[in-house]
Design a protein around this ligand. Structure first.
Ligand SMILES: CC(C)(COP(=O)(O)OP(=O)(O)OC[C@H]1O[C@@H](n2cnc3c(N)ncnc32)[C@H](O)[C@@H]1OP(=O)(O)O)[C@@H](O)C(=O)NCCC(=O)NCCS
Length: 240
């Protein structure tokens, strides 16, 4: 039996570096469409879905993606992008039907909401028919047909991955004295921040193209320095 413990949720910082990611997204989307909704996709659907994922990565601002892995097999994913100044849009959320009911969808959604929370205060989704009650369970309201919206809570604490935003437009204040020029050079590399309860960013960490991890900590809170550093280091262990 599949258990929650075996499944890793991984942020995908650079989809273009590994186009198999889009093939995996496409495979899962088509599998769910067939098993859950009885829709049998053909080759033109496959091409359309694949290109949709690629375009999402290439053209959308503030885009994000997470995948769930059982060993090296992708068994679920979530992706989305900034819709407007107040809303992050969850474009897709799919879990392999063999893995339903063990919390993967919820974990993918929670991670996506944490990323959204860094830049806006709402998350939206246009739900497929069969998922409306799933989103309701996860705190979404249903103001208009299948368009669902969640006002994100203010309590964004801990490590959050930063995608193409490259630290621009954060709602939390960056207090860590990071090297802006170096971080800009690390576009699409893994970046994580540590957000404190008062919504300040007291830690910034990046893995450079040379695979070196650089960490900057705001040292005003001396007792927390080692804790922030450890949490940020641990985040890189999950990155593929
Ligand atoms: C909807 C979907 C993502 C849920 O993923 P999942 O991993 O099976 O869901 P989880 O195990 O994380 O369930 C989380 C909670 O939602 C509930 N839930 C899950 N699917 C549900 C559904 N279809 N209807 C009502 N509640 C549901 C679970 O009971 C659980 O509740 P709990 O936290 O009180 O125990 C998955 O069924 C799926 O991929 N569906 C097909 C594609 C789809 O419709 N995606 C949405 C596109 S907008």
């Amino acid at each position: 039996m599949q258990t929650r413990q075996n499944i890793r949720i991984v942020p995908i910082f650079n989809q273009a570096a590994n186009p198999k990611i889009w093939a995996d997204f496409t495979r899962l989307e088509m599998l769910c469409d067939t098993v859950k909704y009885g829709y049998h996709s053909d080759d033109s659907d496959k091409k359309r879905i694949y290109e949709g994922h690629m375009d999402n990565w290439t053209y959308k601002r503030y885009n994000f993606a997470f995948a769930a892995y059982d060993e090296n097999i992708m068994v679920g994913f979530a992706n989305g992008f900034l819709e407007n100044r107040s809303e992050m849009y969850l474009r897709n959320l799919y879990v392999n039907p063999q893995y339903n009911g063990i919390g993967i969808g919820k974990r993918l959604l929670e991670q996506s909401e944490r990323v959204a929370n860094l830049v806006v205060s709402n998350m939206s989704v246009i739900s497929l028919n069969g998922a409306v009650s799933f989103y309701e369970t996860c705190g979404y309201e249903n103001p208009d047909n299948r368009y669902m919206l969640k006002k994100l809570p203010q309590n964004l604490i801990g490590v959050v991955p930063v995608f193409k935003t490259l630290l621009g437009g954060m709602r939390a204040k960056i207090k860590a004295p990071y090297d802006r020029k170096l971080v800009r050079q690390c576009k699409n590399q893994p970046i994580f921040v540590y957000v404190t309860p008062d919504r300040e960013i007291d830690g910034v960490a990046v893995r450079t193209p040379d695979k070196e991890i650089k960490i900057w900590i705001n040292e005003r809170n001396r007792g927390m320095i080692d804790f922030y550093r450890k949490q940020l280091m641990q985040a890189f262990e999950k990155v593929k």
